[in-house]
Design a protein around this ligand. Sequence first.
Ligand code: AMP
Length: 943
Amino acid sequence: MQESVMQRMWDSAHLSGGNAAYVEELYELYLHDPNAVPEEWRTYFQKLPTDGSAATDVSHSTVRDHFVLLAKNQRRAQPVSAGSVSSEHEKKQVEVLRMIQAFRMRGHQAAQLDPLGLWQRTVPADLSINHYSLTDADLDTTFRTGGLFIGKEEATLREIRDALQQTYCRTIGAEFTHIVDSEQRNWFAQRLESVRGRPQFSVEVQSHLLERLTAAEGLEKYLGTKYPGTKRFGLEGGESLIPLLDEIIQRSGSYGTKEIVIGMAHRGRLNVLVNTFGKNPRDLFDEFEGKKTEGLSSGDVKYHQGFSSNVMTPGGEVHLALAFNPSHLEIVSPVVEGSVRARQDRRSDVSGDKVLPISIHGDAAFAGQGVVMETFQMSQTRGYKTGGTIHLVINNQVGFTISNPQDSRSTEYCTDVAKMIQAPILHVNGDDPEAVLFVTQLAVDYRMQFKRDVVIDLVCYRRRGHNEADEPSGTQPLMYQQISKQRTTRELYADALTSAVRHSVDDVQAKIDDYRTALDNGQHVVKSLVKEPNKELFVDWRPYLGHAWTARHDTRFELKTLQELSAKLLEIPEGFVVQRQVAKILEDRQKMAAGALPINWGYAETMAYATLLFEGHPIRMTGQDIGRGTFSHRHAVLHNQKDANAYVPLKNLYEGQPKFELYDSFLSEEAVLAFEYGYATTTPNALVIWEAQFGDFANGAQVVFDQFISSGEHKWGRLCGLTMLLPHGYEGQGPEHSSARLERYLQLCAEHNMQVCVPTTPAQIYHLLRRQVIRPLRKPLVVLTPKSLLRHKLAISTLEDLAEGSFQTVIGETDALDAKKVERVVLCSGKVYYDLLEKRRAEGREDIAIVRIEQLYPFPEEDLAEALAPYKSLKHIVWCQEEPMNQGAWYCSQHHMRRVASAHKKTLFLEYAGREGSAAPACGYASMHAEQQEKLLQDAFTV
Ligand code: AMP
């Protein structure tokens, strides 16, 4: 078929002979961008019959290869005769079109992006007419503009070249030709070329820009004078950020956006707080003077603080939220995405019009941190997308003390990572505020129209060191020589406006004075700030505030309704064919609901979700394999064996039920967990769960545990009810996948910051999950979940346990032992309980009681004391664990157990039965594992 396509082309009289090279180039150009060739050629190429498949790039490139080959053969056969070339002009025309393409692709490499003028870049050869078969003599020749958006079909080469240079090589460097979708590429070309990269702004807009720059500069100067040498991570050098943010907020407001969540690192944060969010300067000054926030045991430095306010825009009131963030740059981005998604879900904003994420990055971190890539990767996935994020890079060209790009990245720009999702990248010289304004408008419009991420690379500089106590010229001598001579962005812009007589010198001075007076008076400096904010724009957290930690809450659920819900879950749509093993699980669940079979883990867990939904709580669950469960116990998503359609019973419980969202996550831990943290800190009434495929994979998200989950409440007052399910258990699977590294979580525990639980029965997971939502307390919950216990014959519960029970922090001896005979108590958590139980039963020991500690933090000392109380003749108390001695609960929890033991009987000394200390979490040899396991059980009964 393709042969005939080519043959047809070739056979056309006007395409033969010497025209081949011309057509080849034209076709090449057409393949790259159909709009790059003149209309008549485009129509011609479009009309060529294809091979019947969709006109993809692949078939295009095949067509091209064939064509080139054919052309070559033809040339060999028929030497070109001088007179057969259609015209010299036509050849030049193609060159002109190629040049237009080159500017669109590489114009940014010749743009003046560095305000300091220090970049040394080689201008690509194909941005010069001499690169083509064109010369200065052609400058006044008229050519077709072939899709160049300059408002005319034909123009002289000079006009075309000048338009391209103005559009692509001034202070904006636009990268958009890597986008595959030609509608989007055209959109950019049209927007940029039609104004030659620089729209004319009104005097009012210019005045506003100058006012915002004056505010940005004014605050830093004020703080610099009032608190000299105090760290504030000033914005100086990047002041254009303030008008930029202002434009995003106002413009997206006019699109109907109702909430904007911003994540940013330290630099410029105080400026954003005061000049964008309208934080009262007096509050900021108090912080400089060391005032503490009431109710926070730790608190945080001022440049990590979040903030909330409402501002007025042309489209109405918009709620702004600045996320709290740690020093670990970039990790806040997925947190922001999670928070935005939660707000969108709350508003049923499927398209993402109502809530907008903005991520502000540093150049070095953007290029260096892997979580940036992870966050981009989530941007279009079902479970994580937010309708496009506007990314701003405050590119001050220095990563702490690295200023040589060769040391900080292997890519040309710090933003290249964004190309992985074909995000357009708009580089802009930060000293050209009007160019900054223009790219901001483009970014907002693009995001709103195409619902995809877009990046603005604000190329600026850092007037001072990493912070104000730092001397930068020690490490960056040349850059700082230039910076010392550099006039500020505001000064440069004020000069430009006054010399263009669009602004008077007095106006410029008045803006400076007004701002300073406002600060002196401690007044808000954001004119659009809404003094009486509409509280309906955000969630009311008051019901969740001020609750002391308590284990107890009524998590019972009426049996009849539970059975009805259970029956509803088993109603599968007509004709839906469930896979054989899954069908067996469902059959068993039917028996469990009827009381004919003991309840297993999968059933109890599913019923926890069903009952919570029934009680009005939305649920969101994500994780690797969460639909099925790593060990196939959950099967929350059924897959039709006939057509692979999915059916989720928990979504179909009853009309108008709360949302049940479940997504298998992409293969990330760090960004995904940060996302869920952001989601949970924004959605207090929901059960939000992240499940690790194996517990140890959570180590890829350690930063999220350390800097957000364990400490966010105490640093920032942000409550979080996120639940993390981490499969754990020593089953001879080797060093990986045995341990969820319990010790790591316990080591982070203090001040009732989170809960660490190891439930051992189906009823326990049921009540634990229900407790997590039903109690108004919002604390992160780390659950070490089982693997083999999911199917263990002894790890079972009854319907009554679900209907009537509650979560037990400690489970005392369950066999009917004579308490008087008990001389030894073995304490343990998790799966080892069943190994101990079976051994004791097998050996007929009546002197040993086994007590399970199901909640390791907050440690239930009182409940443990109660469990020990019956045993008056105790001689030994042993902690038994499967983990090596340096891991598991031994080091972190023994002081609690000792305290309870000695209170029970002064002479009782807590002993240890478990694996020896070990560098790896578990051994890799099955025989060694079995030996170790046998020994630790033996030790528990004898040490
Ligand atoms: P935001 O929508 O994030 O700006 O939050 C609005 C208000 O809700 C904040 O000013 C806080 O008072 C409160 N709030 C938001 N998130 C939390 C949280 N995770 N814990 C406690 N209060 C919160």
